[in-house]
Design a protein around this ligand. Structure first.
Ligand SMILES: Nc1ncnc2c1ncn2[C@@H]1O[C@H](COP(=O)(O)OP(=O)(O)OP(=O)(O)O)[C@@H](O)[C@H]1O
Ligand SMILES: [Mg+2]
Length: 371
């Protein structure tokens, strides 16, 4: 029997749009994607996760039930991927499961904590595969933010030594990886799609604004965009990370007080808010950038990318394209990163980058679950 050669990556981010699953063969130093699958998250489960994301709601029963339900969902996503791609258990080295973040509280005045749920024991038992999970807490134990973790993967596969390159992941939250002269840094820039999705759902009933077409029909309100940009997160120096606790629908509602605007104008303002805070974060890194490669679902929001290109002149004249230019569809980059992080854990190689997270040293990330 041939040796197992496949890692599975499972990602469900802050957007809660779907569970993304990929099967990757990393042999020969390349990312060979053998298959991918996007698994829906049932509405009821989404409501439970959103409830658990509310600071102050400490319902241990709901936590326990949702942890199990997500374990089942991640197993189903993996089994569907295996069937679709015609892969069997014996071919898989391990599954890297990020889990669903229900709380991310970076270290500040007190110790930080971060919680990703979706019981890895269930995934291991149901898929009959080894599972790596709980990727963030070792970094936090070392004083780090526990996020972002994808820069190590970006550095490994996407760095181009002769170029000052930025990988921009626009998920619910946006984060950048700065690759230059073999160095790697990075941080969360603030909201990516999260506020766009929640405002769109509330006003149109659609879970996201396809290609940003609705937002495109509105006119941005400069006073509103400037007010949103006053949030203290944007003044923080890296290392920094953020999440739903900080940027969410109720924060947005508070900011809207005193503004009489059409819903579509607010959507246009939110597009500008994401685009400007991303560009300004890149500009603050201080040097002209050669190219910016975008991944995450935000890469499909034409209106957001157009706004980004308009503002990005703050950072020189970088070429802005998607990670398709590097051979990976932007939709799957994060899931690929967690397949690779599982590989690092199996090989007992460090995976956090202290200059990104602020941890006191590099360490092996993740815990291993057997079936
Ligand atoms: N065609 C599209 N038009 C506009 N926006 C899109 C489109 N496709 C995806 N998106 C946006 O991308 C989001 C999903 O992005 P993604 O899966 O990268 O984020 P995530 O799950 O929050 O991951 P993370 O926060 O970990 O990076 C959707 O919720 C939506 O806002
Ligand atoms: Mg997603």
């Amino acid at each position: 029997m041939a040796k197992p050669n496949i890692y599975i990556g499972l990602m469900s981010g802050t957007s809660m749009d779907s569970v993304d699953a990929v099967a990757i063969d990393f042999q020969n130093g390349h990312i060979q994607m053998l298959g991918n699958h996007s698994h829906p998250i049932p509405d009821r489960l989404k409501q439970d996760i959103l409830a658990l994301c509310q600071p102050g709601l400490d319902n241990v029963d709901l936590y326990g039930h949702t942890d199990r339900a997500l374990g089942d969902l991640f197993s189903a996503a993996t089994l569907a991927l295996m069937e679709k791609t015609n892969i069997n258990t014996e071919q898989i080295i391990a599954i890297g499961s990020h889990g669903q973040t229900i709380r991310h509280q970076p270290p500040g005045t007190s110790h930080g904590f971060t919680l990703q749920i979706g019981d890895p024991n269930i995934i291991a038992i149901k898929t009959k595969c080894a599972v790596v999970a709980d990727f963030r807490r070792a970094d936090m134990a070392l004083g780090g933010q526990g996020a972002p973790l994808v820069p190590a993967f970006h550095h490994h596969y996407f760095a181009e030594p002769s170029k000052h390159r930025i990988i921009l992941n626009i998920g619910g939250i946006a984060n950048i990886t700065i690759l230059k002269n073999n160095n790697c840094s990075g941080f969360d820039t603030g909201p990516g799609n999260l506020l766009l999705d929640s405002w769109c759902l509330k006003n149109t009933g659609q879970p996201f604004d396809d290609k940003g077409a609705w937002g495109d029909t509105g006119n941005l309100s400069r006073p509103l965009v400037d007010k949103l940009k006053l949030h203290p997160f944007f003044k923080l120096k890296p290392p920094k990370s953020t999440g739903r606790e900080t940027f969410n629908a109720s924060w947005l509602e508070q900011q809207l007080t005193g503004h009489t605007l059409l819903a579509k104008d607010i959507q246009a303002s939110l597009i500008a808010f994401s685009a400007e805070t991303i560009s300004e974060a890149i500009a603050r890194t201080g040097e002209p950038v050669d190219d910016i490669l975008v991944c995450g679902g935000g890469a499909f929001n034409t209106s957001l990318i157009t706004a980004l290109k308009k503002n990005i002149t703050l950072c020189g004249q970088p070429k802005v394209s998607s990670t398709i230019a590097l051979g990976i569809d932007p939709k799957w980059v994060e899931a690929c990163a967690f397949a690779w992080l599982a590989k690092r854990r199996i090989e007992l190689k460090p995976a956090n980058i202290p200059s990104v997270t602020g941890a006191s040293r590099a360490t092996v990330l993740g815990a291993l679950y057997h079936f």
